[in-house]
Design a protein around this ligand. Sequence first.
Ligand code: ADP
Ligand code: MG
Length: 219
Amino acid sequence: MIDLKDVRKHYRSGNLKSEVLRGVNLQVKQGEYVAIMGKSGSGKSTMLNLLGTLDVLDKGEYKLAGKSVHKMSRGKRVRLRNEEIGFVFQHFQLIPNLSVFQNVLLPLTYGRKRLGKKKARVLALLDEMGLLDKKNQKPDRLSGGEKQRVAIARALVNEPGLILADEPTGSLDEETTENILSLFDRVHEQGATIVVITHDQEVADRAGRILRLQNGVLV
Ligand code: ADP
Ligand code: MG
């Protein structure tokens, strides 16, 4: 599903160049559940953003389901993301002026299904996640756990084959964390490939394999 070869990525601020990823190699099979750990600032989000086609690598190769992402035009990358990837951002990143319903509908906007079908899918998912009574609320009226569930519903609405989650249980209480982990278990059982970044050993232990990002490489 995922094949990263010798991936490099640096950031530049002024004259300072810092190389964050220094030759990352990663192979993830379809249907695998992988956790990535590593110190704060070690480049975990940078790597996940590359996997999610939100950013581009400097050097190396990225193949997703056999397609060479590193050679794609921006338009193709965006389409790939919309159709095949569900991304759960580190700090939810809900759109503040859209309702819960509209936030979850967002990834379907450019799809080809009829609007009625799209709306039905959103309502079914909100119901499943216990958010139906919040559908017309704006994100700032929700608790942290509710916001995260909305973020996850938005990532799942396209039924993506690949779920990428950046510290999805970051600041949540134990019960909400458990709910989110069960949900990931369920989509994993249904065949999705999952890559999750976490600080939390308990979260990492749900995955089939744990990797650590250290000094710009995965070990
Ligand atoms: P992690 O998610 O493991 O905490 P990040 O990938 O967010 O790490 O960041 C890795 C390093 O890259 C950090 O030193 C961070 O300050 C730097 N960095 C991240 N994003 C940018 C950016 N857009 N511009 C410049 N530096 C950045
Ligand atoms: Mg991060």
